[in-house]
Write a protein that binds this ligand. Sequence first.
Ligand SMILES: Nc1ncnc2c1ncn2[C@@H]1O[C@H](COP(=O)(O)OP(=O)(O)OP(=O)(O)O)[C@@H](O)[C@H]1O
Length: 393
Amino acid sequence: MTEEIAVKVSHVSKFFRLPTEATNSLRSKMINSLKGVKGYKQQYVLKDINFTVNKGDFFGIVGRNGSGKSTLLKIISQIYVPETGNVEVSGKLVSFIELGVGFNPELTGRENVYLNGAMLGFSTGEIDGMYDEIVEFAELGEFMNQKLKNYSSGMQVRLAFSVAIKAKGDVLVLDEVLAVGDEAFQRKCDNFFKEIKEDKTKTIILVTHDMNSVKKYCNKAVLIKDGLITINGSPNDVANEYIKENFSTHKNESGNENSFGVSPSIPILDIKANSPIILKNMENCSFSIEFESKEKKNLKLELRVSDDVSSALITRRVKEIEAFGKQSINYILPISILNNIQFNVKVTITDKDTEEILAYTTEEKALHFKIDNSANKGKGLLSPSEAVSGDWS
Ligand SMILES: Nc1ncnc2c1ncn2[C@@H]1O[C@H](COP(=O)(O)OP(=O)(O)OP(=O)(O)O)[C@@H](O)[C@H]1O
């Protein structure tokens, strides 16, 4: 069965002009123009963005502040025109990406629902049909005849969000940052997202910084970095890569740059060699994984041993443990089938319950070994049946 496309983003690029000098007189403007000085530079915010969202998808867009997510949502919602490329949308698109658009503080809640609905392209009859559901979801029944300017900011957000999600659109574009509210309203939104995830006639595009939401609701996601899509794939891969990206800008308490790859709950992660790192005439390579868990947690340790030259994975082992405090776990890797090879050892520690990555070994902190043993016959991994495994101790 071929999937129906809801939104197709093709080769979209966008730049903004940033002033490079202040020209506050007509004279300097004229001189600059004669000299060919433009007085601004083009800052590319999106660079050749391509992806497809199918009907029924719950599609996540993830990226750090300033990576270009809101600009992309505005292009999808036809608020901005891209410099290159285009966006094709099938069906009616409803977006909730900027607060206050389509709302007038001098009008009542009720009038604002009709105004906003009209701006989204719905007729009065259509809004009549949606009105009760919108008010019920927003829990603002008794306030609908009051002017919007008398609403608290939370109430205004609730109304705007409710119009967006209860409007009968086919594609809903949401910036989750705006979907704030008290705990009860958040729970309601959570239920709504869970329901809509199962509704294969609705398509959602959600920008969020909350990786639990990505894993919980989305079936596909993209990660944007500096205006480029760096991953287009499974929500788990995107969420984990985003967490790693964020980690690399967090220094640990000592401010030591070599400690990148740790988090407040696992502030230390090291791999220490117990055997020499140049292995001659030896059968085993041994090392210990040392880390500290600030809280009692069920953890998943993923050990990866890879060839330094080809990056091929030699072995991957997973161990689940309940850990609290300082830990040291030994690992013995038999090397009898390897020779003339350099390899590295890295570890990723994940919270077993939430699947969040809590710490991982960065390139700089990987432990490297070299095998120089003429008694061993092979080079690298000989065949899958001879895969190197090893033991935890
Ligand atoms: N109207 C504008 N004029 C000039 N620059 C802009 C404009 N809008 C956005 N930018 C710049 O474009 C870049 C991307 O901004 P954008 O708001 O799309 O990022 P974002 O990923 O949504 O960030 P956040 O997570 O903080 O909302 C930023 O460097 C921002 O300063």
